[in-house]
Design a protein around this ligand. Sequence first.
Ligand code: SAM
Length: 323
Amino acid sequence: MSVNNSIAIDVSFKTDVHKGLTTFPKFLYSKYIYDEKGDKLFQEIMNLPEYYLTNCEFDILSLHTEEIAQLFNDPDKGFDLIELGAGDGKKTKVLLGHLAENDFNFVYKPIDISQNAIDSLSKNLSEEFPNITVEGEKGMYFEVLEQLQHYNSRKKVLMVLGSNIGNLLHPKAIDFLTKLKDIMSTQDFLFMGFDQKKDPQIVLDAYNDATGVTEAFNKNLLTRINRELGGDFNLEKFKHWEVYNPETGTAKSFLVATEAMDVAISALDLNVHFDAWETIHTEISQKYDDKVVQWLAESAGLKIHTSFEDEKGFYKNYVFKRA
Ligand SMILES: C[S@@+](CC[C@H](N)C(=O)[O-])C[C@H]1O[C@@H](n2cnc3c(N)ncnc32)[C@H](O)[C@@H]1O
């Protein structure tokens, strides 16, 4: 773990919460949902029948494991597999198991903002696949990417699963892809999952499950502010609300204040007023089609090398190279 990254995350949590709750309309970044509790809730989400994304990507990786492994491999020097926002590695393990069993020469470098995710994944992999070299790192995408500039000695495969890119609106997604392209050499690959546009009801249900797990996940932002920044949010007074715009492909999560109230946050020396029915925008889950992915790639200086799709056509993993 990098101590500097931990400090950077704590400082930016404070700064971002202050900015988000003193702006109109209010917002909080979803990346701060993930701590030990947030990670656990996301694991529960992945097991929900409504949350189709995990199974679709799991199927893609299971069906095409050998083809993907051969694509990633460099038989002479081996390769570095760098995963951004790795979480619990549930799907990555399909590939890691295959690479380990077949003695591929590679190092796995999972990166995640959650220390808990990195610790659990590293421990878990050392037990399940003791032969794999794992170099986990806690950090935010952009900070860690800067360090990866120097990671150029052999082939790199950058991997982003779970449609994590969907947390960014298009301009920021292009910025993210451009930064990834900047650290790629011509031999490197970017392997990235993009949830596809589909029946709007299916998308809406995925972020609005019947059992309330997604609501608890969304509200973990407020729990963290209460615990880490001395906030006094009453979680009962906020409602989880999801909307999906099939024209733009953007799903948005909100927390809605059900009555007027003031919330004190001692570490920020801040009193936040909420009008009744005022919103906090918390998460974006963008949906895509081939045309949009093509446009994002071209705008970032990347080209699509190949892609893999699940049987229902709900989800795609694209493989990019430098254009
Ligand atoms: C939706 S989960 C997906 C996890 C995993 N990739 C999967 O497909 O199951 C997003 C993961 O990315 C991490 N994450 C979110 N924003 C991040 C950021 N800005 N920098 C680093 N990690 C981030 C979270 O902690 C979480 O583990």
